[in-house]
Design a protein around this ligand. Structure first.
Ligand SMILES: [Fe+2]
Ligand SMILES: [Fe+2]
Length: 218
């Protein structure tokens, strides 16, 4: 599906932008780094990652899963994805607030919030790449939905993207050894907290039947 392929491809830049933003935030906490660059990163996360990217997930992909596949919106993977978007919005607002104050404590706070934001968004990208999109696309395909239509970016959204692409060389993406990333539900922080995992949230009776048949034939 082209829309899902595009959304997954967009994750690559968001992933690297997070690392670069962390490099900038650490410099900022040391009293270095330019405030304009911090604002450019936050504008990217608002305009490109949220207004353009998250919005197509929320306005096109999720409604299709609910309407065509009858997947629940209020629990399971969809609820986790939507809640992540909300929490990341709060973190973006808190970072913008701290950036505007520009004193030693606020600089430290921006760095701490950037760490929290990056961990949350990295896990979010991994969950979408490895579970939400592949499993969602497969379920839509079984219902005869092969393509979904998402809008193109606005001029402002493209400008936010270009501004961050230009900063990637200046702030080489940080590799954070304290975040344990990986594929599948078990790597998702929501697993067994607010979501019981793909099988218990999304599997149909026929999928459970196929599993028991396969296990029975071994
Ligand atoms: Fe998302
Ligand atoms: Fe995404």
């Amino acid at each position: 599906m082209k829309l899902a392929d595009e959304l997954i491809a967009e994750h690559e830049l968001i992933d690297r932008a997070l690392g670069a933003f962390r490099t900038w935030a650490q410099a900022w906490a040391r009293g270095e780094g330019e405030v304009a660059h911090g604002r450019a990163f936050l504008t990217f996360f608002q305009r490109w990652a949220h207004d353009f990217h998250h919005a197509r997930e929320e306005d096109v992909f999720v409604p299709a899963l609910v309407a065509e596949v009858s997947l629940p919106r209020e629990r399971g993977p969809i609820a986790v994805i939507l809640d992540d978007h909300v929490v990341m919005g709060r973190l973006r607002a808190a970072m913008t607030d701290s950036l505007d104050r520009d004193d030693a404590g606020s600089r430290q706070r921006v760095d701490e919030l950037a760490r929290e934001f990056s961990h949350r968004l990295w896990h979010h990208l991994d969950a979408e790449n490895s579970v939400f999109f592949p499993e969602g696309v497969e379920r839509l395909r079984k219902r005869g939905v092969y393509e979904l239509e998402g809008r193109g970016p606005t001029a402002d959204e493209l400008e936010a993207k270009r501004a961050v692409e230009a900063l990637l060389e200046r702030y080489p993406p940080l590799r954070d050894a304290t975040v344990y990333r990986g594929d599948g539900c078990v790597m998702c922080p929501a697993y067994n907290e607010t979501c019981r995992g793909l099988e218990r949230e999304w599997w149909t009776e026929s999928e459970w039947d196929e599993l028991s048949q396969r296990l029975g034939s071994d």
